[in-house]
Design a protein around this ligand. Structure first.
Ligand code: SAH
Ligand code: MG
Length: 210
């Protein structure tokens, strides 16, 4: 985002948030980019979710930002990497959000849903890109009727729109999976989705009212 808009946008900028941004940059942790975060916080602002679920916590950057932005929301977030899980826990305590941001260690696809709430107003899918359809199918049933699902990295570092030129086979497969998710989502008649060229490609999905 240009510096001009950056200076106009008032984002929460606590010590913990600044430290997390720096840590993510230095260690190449793929946290939500500035534009993506702004979109997320504006959606939170409009939606006023009571419950927010995130798949893929990393160091807790988005989860903590959401909870600091809105003091009513409770965030549950699932992370499969032990090291990330521990960093997130530390950051949550540091931000004095224990009890409002709950991080669970485990693979979201194997996760026992009894451990969390059964109703969420917003669900943010931001974990292993190849599994997006599976994440969606597992977690969308927890979405309230007028809730939102937000997904990140749908352009997969820009590779989705140039997949014909990719030579690495595994990478090509992964890109195909992301494309497959995008078209599956676009065609899904039970949900309305809009794709946005924000950050690395984000989608906002809402249940179609019957
Ligand atoms: N949402 C975070 C960034 C997440 S980065 C933010 O915006 O701040 C993606 C994270 O998803 C990584 O930490 C990775 O370990 C985790 N992840 C990948 N596959 C997962 C899975 N199946 N279950 C849970 N977490 C997963
Ligand atoms: Mg992401």
């Amino acid at each position: 985002m240009n510096n001009y808009f950056s200076s106009l946008n008032q984002l929460p900028k606590t010590r913990v948030i600044k430290e997390m941004s720096r840590y993510a940059q230095q260690n190449k942790i793929p946290i939500l980019c500035e534009q993506g975060l702004i979109l997320m916080l504006q959606l939170v602002n409009i939606k006023k979710p009571k419950r927010f679920l995130e798949i893929g916590t990393a160091i807790g950057f988005t989860a903590i930002n959401v909870a600091l932005f809105d003091d009513e929301v409770i965030v549950d977030t699932i992370e499969k990497n032990q090291e990330m899980f521990q960093l997130a826990q530390k950051n949550i305590i540091d931000a004095k959000l224990k009890g409002r941001v709950n991080v669970f260690l485990g693979d979201a696809l194997e996760f026992d849903l009894k451990q969390i709430n059964n109703q969420y107003d917003m669900i943010f899918i931001d974990a292993a890109k190849a599994q997006y359809i599976n994440f969606f199918e597992k977690f969308a049933p927890l979405l309230n009727n007028d809730g939102l699902i937000i997904a990140d990295n749908l352009l997969f570092h820009g590779l989705v729109t140039q997949s014909t030129t990719i030579e690495n086979k595994n990478l090509k497969k992964l890109v195909e999976k992301v494309k497959n998710y995008n078209s599956w989502l676009a065609k899904n008649r039970n949900f309305q989705t809009f794709f946005l060229e924000i950050g690395d490609g984000m989608a906002i999905t809402q249940r179609v009212k019957k």
